[in-house]
Write a new protein. Structure first.
Length: 262
């Protein structure tokens, strides 16, 4: 009897040890999975400024799809997060945090739940893709892409103002670059105001971190972010027409040769 009792008493510590081991393994696996998701799939950013109001508010948290642009195409109207192409952001003093807060923030950033580098990134709406001709403004104060005026329901303008940009511009987006603008048009230092910087106001596609998918915090603002395909549909059709043009010319030449032979 003594031997059996001793076995049960000896088994209790082993049971606790196995339980703690399993918990530790689960935690390690969860952290590794979170790290892989944050590195390759999605991650969180917070909004530090009002340049995308009213779509995004200061201190909103957003989830960003990092499969764009490498594995998923960029589209006009996408809300994109990108690294500073150079000279867009003012230098900022590093924020000093208490050791415990800094440690917690590091752990959260490791698994993608915090974004201490948000101030090193920008978020704007993609207006022009490579090859697009973007101009502003027409007689109605609208911006145009490939000659198609845009009716933009997402922008915020000062009261009584209808012109979508306070400055005129006429640009053609170079290869591997983007033209981006904030929704809060009179409070956004976007492509328009960085044309004197090294990239001439364009954002290299290689600088894009990903497309913002949704607002994740605060809860009462949880929503998917729209890229308004109807706004840019005609501009895209213009691209399709241009892409078909060489084929149309070739068909015309072939027809003329056939008629000459007859």
């Amino acid at each position: 009897m003594r031997g059996a009792q001793g076995g049960r008493q000896g088994g209790k510590p082993r049971g606790i040890g196995l339980f703690l081991r399993d918990v530790l393994i689960i935690l390690v696996v969860a952290v590794l999975v979170s790290f892989l998701i944050k590195t390759f799939l999605v991650r969180s950013f917070y909004i530090p400024s009002g340049s995308m109001e009213d779509t995004l508010q200061i201190d909103d948290r957003i989830i960003v799809n990092q499969l764009t642009p490498e594995l998923m195409p960029l589209n006009r109207g996408d809300v994109v997060v990108f690294r500073d192409p150079g000279g867009w952001l003012l230098a900022q003093e590093p924020v000093q945090q208490p050791p415990v807060t800094a440690a917690i923030d590091w752990v959260l950033s490791f698994v993608g739940l915090s974004a201490p580098d948000s101030n090193d990134h920008l978020i704007k709406r993609l207006i022009g893709l490579p090859g697009d001709h973007v101009t502003c403004c027409n007689a109605l104060g609208q911006m145009s892409v490939n000659g198609v005026p845009l009716d933009e329901p997402y922008i915020k303008l000062p009261e009584g103002v209808t012109r979508v940009s306070e400055i005129d511009f006429d640009v053609t987006v170079p290869a591997d670059s983007l033209w981006v603008m904030g929704d809060n048009r009179y409070n956004s230092r976007d492509s328009r105001y960085n044309q004197d910087q090294p990239t001439k106001g364009f954002v290299p596609i290689s600088n894009v971190v990903g497309r913002a998918l949704l607002i994740s915090w605060p809860i009462d603002r949880w929503t998917w972010l729209d890229n308004y395909p109807s706004v840019f549909r005609d501009a895209g059709q213009q691209d399709d027409a241009l892409a078909r043009e060489p084929e149309t010319v070739a068909a015309g030449v072939a027809r003329d040769l056939k008629e000459s032979a007859q």
